[in-house]
Design a protein around this ligand. Structure first.
Ligand code: ZN
Length: 264
């Protein structure tokens, strides 16, 4: 499940990151929560913060199982799945470099009440839940960043209720593609299949195929085998439903707020 994966998309990302002069694999601590931690505190946890390459489809959390690891995406994109008893599932939340998986459960029930999978292959950092609790206790900056992350996830969840009920699939698809890129890839290619997009939106794959074809005809994206390349980002922004702008506004407001720690 956790191993180096030979992927042209990963290689492309690393190559781009090297060109941009980023350190090491080019994505070191790009994760927003890790970047928030005070440097001297994070240095003490260096040996317990481990880089992993995660392959699409890998399971990170399962229903009613203990949360043993906290994951900080740094290129990979995670999906938290909402499921029915009949086994149907839809991605309820996407977690990319701006968030983390397990940060609430590790300090709460320590049990997962959801299933989380790798939606887009890529790198992440992981830390044992016990080590994370130590880090959380020591770093007031991390606590503030985690609180903001919770606030944003709740805001996204509320918005998606309206989006799923009201907005047409083409607009939702455009928004989801842009958000997935923002949360994972420092480029314009998203290694995701139409099946993956259907799962993300909770619609039939044939519906996704129709929408992708329409967006392709407008010259906004290119659908190649196992990947979507955004050609006209500005055009795709226009095609996205209004939730894109609403969530961007909320995101900026939350990130720019003073966000003083509750214990300050
Ligand atoms: Zn919407």
């Amino acid at each position: 499940m956790l191993r180096e994966v030979a992927s042209p998309h990963l290689e492309r990302r690393r190559s781009l990151a090297r060109e941009q002069g980023l350190p090491k694999m080019g994505l070191e601590h790009r994760n927003r929560l890790l970047r928030a931690v005070e440097e001297d505190i994070l240095a003490k946890f260096d040996s317990r913060l481990l880089p992993v390459e995660l392959r699409k489809g890998a399971s990170l959390q399962n229903l009613s199982e203990p949360v043993e690891w906290v994951y900080f995406p740094d290129g990979a994109l995670f999906a938290i799945m909402s499921e029915t008893l009949a086994g149907e599932s839809v991605a309820a939340s996407l977690i990319g470099y701006d968030g983390a998986l397990g940060v609430f459960e590790a300090c709460g029930s320590r049990i997962s009440y959801q299933r989380a999978i790798v939606h887009v292959s890529g790198r992440a950092w992981r830390m044992r839940a016990g080590a994370y609790r130590e880090l959380y206790d020591r770093s007031s900056n991390l606590r503030t960043a985690v609180h903001k992350h919770v606030e944003l996830l709740l805001a996204e969840s509320r918005q998606f209720v309206a989006c799923n009920a009201i907005h047409p699939v083409e607009g939702r698809l455009s928004r989801s593609l842009l958000e997935s890129l923002d949360k994972s890839a420092p480029e314009t290619i998203l290694p995701i299949t139409q099946e993956g997009l259907a799962q993300m939106l909770g619609v039939q794959r044939t519906t996704v195929a129709v929408c992708v074809s329409a967006l392709q005809k407008q010259g906004l994206l290119r659908n190649s085998r196992g990947a979507i390349e955004v050609i006209d980002r500005a055009g795709l922004e226009k095609a996205a439903c209004s939730c894109r702008a609403t969530l961007e506004y909320i995101r900026q407001e939350i990130y720019q707020s003073r966000g003083e720690s509750c214990d300050a």
